[in-house]
Write a new protein. Structure first.
Length: 169
């Protein structure tokens, strides 16, 4: 289970190439984008309807477990959308829930890609993108409390690492 910061398009490509095989949770509208969406379909994503959070959570649980059982990494951007540099969104618990229920750790990932590949526009800036892959984080127990705790630890770690990367590019 991978929980990663989402600032740009860069990490989508990088993480898909770095962790293989990988299935990514994404908003289903992305599959409708010509060429890009069609290519995404080949990666067997978990394409959710963000307008129906309860159904999306069930879908992540079911299809995420199927992908894990097939030996794939499951990548979730727990903030749900790309966040501008310097901003952090609240982490969704779906990745932590999947990890706890599967008995697997979370691999947290932070980076500073948004500094060079901004959220908006096509322009890119020169620079070196830094990526920090944390130590696997295991749940302490089972159930809702273990899920909330694991999720909070992952969120705190990612946010601290991203802040450090942004302050020390």
């Amino acid at each position: 289970m991978i929980l990663a910061k989402h600032q740009s398009t860069w990490e989508t490509f990088f993480l898909s190439a770095y962790f293989e095989p990988l299935s990514q949770v994404l908003k289903r509208e992305l599959l409708r984008v010509p060429f890009f969406g069609w290519a995404f379909m080949l990666l067997k994503p978990i394409a959710i309807d963000r307008d129906n959070p309860k159904a999306a959570l069930r879908q992540v649980a079911k299809q995420g477990q199927e992908r894990l059982d097939q030996g794939a990494w499951v990548l979730i951007f727990p903030e749900g959308t790309r966040m501008p540099v310097g901003q952090a969104g609240k982490f969704s618990r779906s990745g932590a829930a999947l990890a706890v229920n599967a008995g697997l750790p979370i691999l947290p990932i932070a980076h500073n890609a948004g500094m060079y590949w901004p959220k908006t526009g096509w322009g890119k800036r020169p620079g070196t993108i830094k990526v920090v892959i944390g130590a696997p984080m295991h749940a302490e127990g089972e159930g809702p409390r273990a899920i909330a705790d694991l999720n909070q630890r992952a969120e705190d770690w990612v946010n601290a690492q991203v802040k450090n990367l942004e302050e020390n590019p």
